[in-house]
Design a protein around this ligand. Structure first.
Ligand code: ZN
Length: 376
């Protein structure tokens, strides 16, 4: 098992170092396609950029099961290049403004060249006492590429709308914990690759679709487009959950790093989005059983304020049974997200156990029939 964990670590390391802002996922899509291609029946992509890998099962009557993780990450786009060559930015996704001043970022030109930059911060020696504890809105921040004029920036091919991301980083902390940019959701993508390897040589009784989705951090709806093509009988999202084992979140939930994979029992986001996922009970039963049979601890999450692209997948066609599975992550949406590789490994094991037991006879009913009624 140590070997599996180190393979997941290496996959995660390689993937977090690939910049893939929402809408600009091509490099991640190439990586993921090439990583799964040797193990699957077919890999395709659609016009939005979703990567769809199909593994034909042993039973063609078996259900179509979609397992997906988003390839994109949040960041910014260039809003304006000022005459002095400093770049103003527009946010793309849920950026925590508190962490921005003084950060290293990467600006990607129209042609795909990467430029290192820093987000400027008012010189500390000139900061008034009353300004010290005020969060500066992103709209007042700027990226410094070292240029002296707008003309110089333009000569590099950097233009309005070009992507800006946290400088990609991977830091191994003690033991199995790692800190990186875009653990959300390269952690899920790493598990997808390992699932392709496993089910490539152990075909299930279902047809399995492993999907790297796009634009989750932007509008949550890239996965919906993939589901429209696949028409799955069930769909499973792999993504982060908010780890609450730090002093600032201790009251919020019991989710912790190293506590095993997480099953989402309730997500909801009200402001504008007005969506969320209450999992289909057949899938809750499936992964509860997989947790028991594999002796894998399973944490449960019920939280307002976040959601995943499963909330849109469940609304495709006449409805798709959906569930959110994932792993606890600290410091979400910052450049130092922390996860535990043991949780990713256990998530993989939970999925192997659960997906292996889905075949033509899988019970997709919403409620088990009470035995007293069933026997009458
Ligand atoms: Zn995510």
């Amino acid at each position: 098992m140590r070997e599996l964990r180190s393979e997941i670590r290496e996959l995660l390391r390689e993937m977090v170092l690939i910049p893939a802002l929402s809408g600009y996922e091509e490099r991640m899509a190439c990586y993921l396609s090439e990583a799964v291609a040797p193990f699957v029946s077919e890999v395709t992509s659609d016009s939005l950029g979703n990567v769809i890998a199909r593994i034909d099962g042993r039973d063609s009557e078996g259900p179509r099961v979609m397992v997906f993780a988003h390839m994109d990450q949040l960041g910014f786009v260039v809003r304006k290049v000022s005459p002095s060559g400093l770049i103003q930015i527009e946010r793309l996704g849920g950026i925590p403004e508190k962490v921005l001043p003084g950060l290293r970022v990467t600006v990607i030109s129209e042609a795909g060249s990467e430029f290192p930059g820093v987000i400027g911060v008012k010189s500390h020696h000139a900061t008034k006492v009353e300004e010290k504890y005020i969060v500066t809105p992103y709209s007042e921040l700027y990226v410094d590429l070292g240029a002296s004029s707008a003309e110089e920036v333009e000569s590099w091919g950097v233009e309005v709308g070009n992507p800006v991301v946290y400088e990609p980083r991977f830091t191994a902390l003690h033991g199995d914990r790692v800190s990186a940019t875009s653990v959300d959701d390269r952690g899920g993508c790493a598990v997808l690759v390992k699932l392709a390897e496993y089910f490539g040589s152990h075909p299930p009784d279902s047809t399995l679709y492993l999907v790297g989705t796009v634009q989750e951090e932007f509008n949550l709806r890239g996965a919906m487009v993939a589901a429209n093509q696949i028409q799955p009988h069930a769909a499973i999202s792999l993504d982060i959950f908010i780890s609450c084992d730090t002093p600032d979140l201790a009251e919020r939930s019991s989710l912790k790093l190293g506590g095993g994979p997480v099953m989402g029992m309730y997500t909801f986001h009200g402001r504008g989005t007005l969506n969320g996922t209450i999992p289909h009970p057949a899938l809750v039963r499936l992964f509860q059983a997989a947790s028991r049979s594999g002796d894998i601890p399973l944490q449960r999450s019920a939280n307002l304020g976040s959601l995943t692209d499963s909330s849109y997948v469940q609304l495709v066609n006449s409805g798709v049974p959906c569930i959110d599975l994932g792993f606890a992550t600290r410091y979400t949406h910052t450049p130092v997200e922390v996860c535990d590789l043991a949780d990713l490994e256990a998530l993989y094991s939970l999925l192997v156990a659960g997906l292996s037991s889905v075949g033509p006879d899988f019970d997709f009913s919403r409620r088990p029939v009470p035995t007293s009624l069933g026997s009458e």
